[in-house]
Every structure is written in C-alpha cells, then in structure tokens.
Design a protein around this ligand. Structure first.
Ligand code: NDP
Length: 240
C-alpha cells in the first residue's frame, strides 16, 4: 500500500529538511513547504529524489492565511491525501522582555501559532474523514520550561503545546493523533548566534542535538506503531 503524503512546513533547512529526508525514506511522498529560500528547498528536493523519494515544493508563508489556504485547498481539490502534517516552521527573535519590540513579539508568535492554525485547520477534516492522520508539532523546551530572553518564543511554543493537547482530544476517536516534540538546542542555522559554549555547561550530555535525531522521533510518531500515543509532548534535550 502506498503511504500518504507528508506535509512538512519549513522543510527547506535544518530540522525540517532532516524530517523530509526521514519521512521520504519511510515511503511518504513529501510536500515541502518553505517561505523564501528557493535554493535550499531545491537542494533538499534534489537530494531526496536522488535517493528515490518524491518531493513537491510548496512555497508559501504560513503566517499568510490566504496563501496557505489557497495552496492547501488546491491539494484537497486535487485529492492529494495528506496523512502526515509536521508543523515545523518557526523563527526566533530573542530579546530581554523590556527590550522586546512588537515586531519581535508578533512575528515569532504568528509564525508558530497562526502558522499552526492556517496549515492544520484545512487539513484536519480530510484526515478525520479518512480515519487516519498524524499531526506532529515542533515546539521547544522553551515552551515547557521558559527561557530568559525568549518570552515571545516560549509563549508561542507553549501555546503550540496547548493546541496540541486540545486538538488531540478532539480528533482521537477518528484515528488522528496529535503530538509535540520539544527539542533543546539543535545544530541548525537558528542557533548560529546562540551562546552555545555557555549553554553546553547546562546540558548533561554536553552536546547539542542533531536534526536527524529530531527527525527520527518524527518518523516514529508518524508511523502506524505510534497509533496509541496522542496529546503528548516529548522533550528531546540531552537531559537539559
Ligand atoms: P531554521 O532556521 O534552520 O529553518 C527554518 C525553516 O522554517 C526554514 O525552512 C524556513 O524557510 C522556514 N520558515 C520560517 N518561517 C516561515 C514561514 N513564515 N512560512 C514558511 N516557512 C517558514 O530552523 P530550525 O530547523 O532550527 O527549526 C525548526 C523548528 O524547530 C522551529 O519551529 C524551531 O522553533 C524549532 N526548534 C529549533 C531548535 C534549535 O535549536 N534549532 C530548538 C527547539 C525547537 P525559508 O528559509 O525559506 O525562510
């Protein structure tokens, strides 16, 4: 039996790109969403196709409700069965709270929370009708524990956890699971400016995570074997 399509938001770089590779290797045709970096998206597509996978690029900004709706309505009209949705697109704009601008607050919370709404809402009913679906939301340890300098990011990622738990309860009876992963520090462009040496002292494993490690958990949560886990937050942080 062919596997359902997997839509990965922010699939062109970092954790999202690794998730695309893992789900493609598991046999899912990939719908790779990204916002702006065409070259990075094309590179991931070419690498997956070289390994025998299938990738369709879907360029839209997840904060743009109209653009997201138009892209997803087209998929639904074309009867593309999206069975796996990974809400991975996210940005960080850190600042101490008194220094935080409205733009830093709004762009970060909108990317995570409006992005979740704009992409998940059109796709959830088709999953419910098919009686199978896997929604996996990439949160953060900041959303679980809080983190100084990240009031915006932690609020967004904690909100995503609330959305995960609530939606899980709404759709559990229909064979759709909704879970969140809360990574600690992961080696991607996002942590380029983070004081990694200082943070490492607080990580019991004394290393940052790899995108592939997050992706492997996504792969398992997307599988049939994970069908009895829903509404959960799996922290993956090297013991932080
Ligand atoms: P990167 O900055 O490496 O990549 C971000 C990806 O998201 C890119 O593909 C980017 O596309 C896309 N993106 C950003 N904004 C939008 C948007 N509005 N619409 C569509 N796509 C968008 O991030 P990471 O791989 O590090 O992070 C992935 C997720 O994991 C995020 O949600 C992040 O918060 C979370 N996370 C990351 C951690 C880390 O340490 N790296 C730790 C904990 C959680 P483009 O390049 O085209 O703009």
């Amino acid at each position: 039996m062919s596997k359902p399509h997997a839509l990965v938001t922010g699939g062109s770089r970092g954790i999202g790109a690794a998730i695309c590779h893992t789900l493609a290797a598991a046999g899912h045709p990939i719908l790779l969403n990204y916002r702006s970096n065409d070259a990075a998206a094309e590179e991931v597509k070419a690498a997956i196709e070289a390994d025998g996978g299938q990738v369709t690029l879907l360029k839209f900004d997840v904060t743009d409700r109209e653009a997201s709706g138009a892209a997803l309505e087209k998929l639904i009209a074309d009867e593309v069965p999206v069975g796996v949705l990974v809400n991975n697109a996210g940005i960080a704009k850190d600042a101490s709270f008194p220094q935080m601008s409205w733009e830093q607050w709004e762009s970060v919370t909108r990317t995570t929370l409006d992005g979740f709404f704009n992409v998940t809402r059109p796709l959830v009913m088709p999953m419910v009708r098919r009686r199978w679906g896997r929604i996996i939301n990439i949160s953060s340890v900041s959303g679980v524990d809080g983190n100084r300098g990240q009031v915006n990011y932690a609020a967004a990622k904690a909100g995503l956890i609330g959305a995960t738990k609530s939606l899980a309860q709404e759709v559990a009876k229909r064979g759709v699971t909704v879970n969140a992963i809360a990574p600690g520090l992961v080696e991607t462009d996002m942590i380029e400016d983070a004081p990694v040496d200082i943070i490492l002292k607080h990580i019991p494993m004394r290393r940052v995570g790899k995108p592939e490690e997050v992706a492997s958990l996504v792969g398992w949560l997307a599988s049939d074997l994970a069908g009895y886990i829903t509404g959960q937050v799996v922290v993956m942080s090297g013991g932080l």
